[in-house]
Design a protein around this ligand. Sequence first.
Ligand code: GPK
Length: 831
Amino acid sequence: SIPEAQREAWKRAQTTGFRGTEGFEKEFVRHVETTLGRSMFNCDENAAYSATSLAFRDRLILDWNRTQQRQTYIDSKRVYYLSLEFLMGRALDNAMLNIGLKDTAKVGLADLGFRIEDIIQQEHDAALGNGGLGRLAACFLDSLASLDFPAWGYGLRYRYGIFKQEIIDGYQMEVPDYWLDFNPWEFPRHDVTVDIQFYGQVRKQTDDTGKTVSVWEGGELVEAVAYDVPIPGYDTPTTNNLRLWSSKASGGEFDFQKFNNGDYESSVADQQRAETISAVLYPNDNLERGKELRLKQQYFWVAASLYDIVRRFKKSKRPWSEFPDQVAIQLNDTHPTLAIVELQRILVDIEGLAWDQAWEIVTSTFGYTNHTVLPEALEKWPVGLVQHLLPRHLQIIYDINLFFLQAVEKAFPDDRDMLRRVSIIEESQPKMVRMAFLAIVGSHKVNGVAELHSDLIKTTIFKDFVEIYGPDKFTNVTNGITPRRWLHQANPRLSELISSRLGGNGFLKDLNGLNKLELLADDKEFRKEWSEIKYANKVRLAKHIKDTMGVTVNPASLFDVQVKRIHEYKRQQLNIFGVIHRYLALKAMKPEERKKQLPRVSIFGGKAAPGYWMAKQIIHLINAVGAVVNKDGDIGDLLKVVFLEDYNVSKAEIICPASDISEHISTAGTEASGTSNMKFVLNGGLIIGTCDGANIEITREIGDNNIFLFGNLAEDVEDLRHTHTYGSHTIDPDLDKVFKEIEKGTFGTPHDFSAMIAAVRDHGDYYLVSDDFHSYIETHKLVDEAYRNQDDWVSKCIISVARMGFFSSDRCINEYAESIWNIEPLAMKDC
Ligand code: GPK
């Protein structure tokens, strides 16, 4: 509908973005001089980062525009990934690599007087997530774009991401992470806004046709404003969108009525209350605390996203029945489950569809991914709270439940207790809405994130639903990681070595291509180059440890790493008790014997939820042990213990390439998948782990002689717990010695650690620390032995990397696309 002459004018003026070094330099200088208002005389590294990012952003947004235009024009099915967390980390390095212009920028920056590594370091992580769940969402976005899938992410634009962790006198302190000061990667869309309603009442009324309709009215409105973050695919022009919603007072900055009446304070207060919704990320991992503001966040984000999705669908003028052919929505955990209810509300109350037709559309549209079986992480909301905040939604939930239970009753007339067990409403005091059950009932597929986990949910928390719906509704999609960030970006030298031997970078987009490396496992020259790279990565981490924590570590030691959120089920306590055991053993040795021992550095990192007292005690013990061991003259380099402050994505990029062995030692059956296990192996490190989550599939892929497994199996956990409670519970004698040493005051005031000890000794040892201790210690001895034979060790590492193809998030996304979303890639033609 745009006249030809106008089109021509637009075309003539079209921006193309830079290609070569000269073009980059021009763009860089232009941004320094105009956007930033500086010059070569006051362009520090931070300004250089800004200018570089803006130059790349300009390029990205052109590809973004073309991608979106093409997707709109072809109008094929899109997938929407709804996640309350996107743990993106830094964007610049990733953008440069994915576009394929890092070398160009490197030369350009050098010409202008900067080292690219220093410039990359300037960026603040986008840390809109807690841990694995949020990082998985970020890996998925990278794969979706790299594989040319038409896909959008929807999330919240938190003003404060996950807090920054400081370690002060051995304790965790939380500092707010204000990351939005300068963020070149987002595009505010002040024209894309949605009014979101809360509270109010529902009125029934009869429409012209005599039908009863529900009208939700009153309450308050909050405005959602869209911020778009371009997601570049690797080696493809496809650039997808991550849309993050920010909240502000509806109807502009102030309520002018109030303002003019002299009620300035309360008009500002209204505005602040609205902005509170997207102000902060809840810092809990694997825990739901049931706070009203969290529910508000969920509805705010879900309602804005659905409005957007429905608006886009309606532009195509298709009938509603085609909605599921055009739209797939994936629920990342139960956090977005209200989307099911909201879509039903839109279709029935606003679009006037009959309940059954609407419900058919809803259930064909949604898929739900479960990430945990831990009971404390399963979301439940008090009925009263939902009623108050979202009165119409509660009615719809009750109706969904009614129809569901009627069908169950019909199918299982003899099982009266079944209705109570599977009801979306838990008949407790107070009554609760069970979000996972609602998510299952409202989706056509439910998946777990590793084989063991997907089996477990079918036999435990969702057992009844397998009976009701049959097994086909439940499936497994084992997690994966993007090899672009976790190999190519984090470990450029290893990536280059591999590429030089495989004859190109193809493995970055088809990770199974790595398997040809297996032929080189015994190649002396290759092993040498491989070891040199590992050593260089360890030197880099050693420097980071020195610079940040002040501890000197010898890069020739075995680096033993456990970095992840601090949680009792992940068992950092088992690790530190093991470290103490090692320390005591070294102390007990004669000097000659001691000299023969293998030097080790135990590296820990991870945040504790601010209200998770036991997790904070674990951090304190690790630091207390470090303080004693690291200055013990008898021990020297034989053992160092380091707690790395503020573990995050950009630090993981330094840590993963530098580990020899990493620890994935959750109580069997508790870690749904784990994804850092994959990152460490892909970077040429071996792992010690329990038979849990994806460790099991990693073992299957790389072979059980290339992994150090220990501990009890998931199937035995329940019985063991039972014996702790009702039998005689004896503590492992070596562990008991460790406890006694702590209680002697060797690591400071014993009382500081009494709860950790009591959890094992007196409170049933729920996480089986004592049961697994012996096997853990023995397995670490095997690690030491194996490490002494470096040739063998390096061969194991090479073989493991060669067999890691399965764990690419590309494989994972292809499985979702085929078995859950039913979508096809849409490659960008040169247009
Ligand atoms: C699971 F339930 C949760 C949660 O609240 N946060 C979180 O990060 C993790 N997860 C699992 O703990 C990991 O095992 C898993 O690999 C990851 O989600 C991604 O699926």
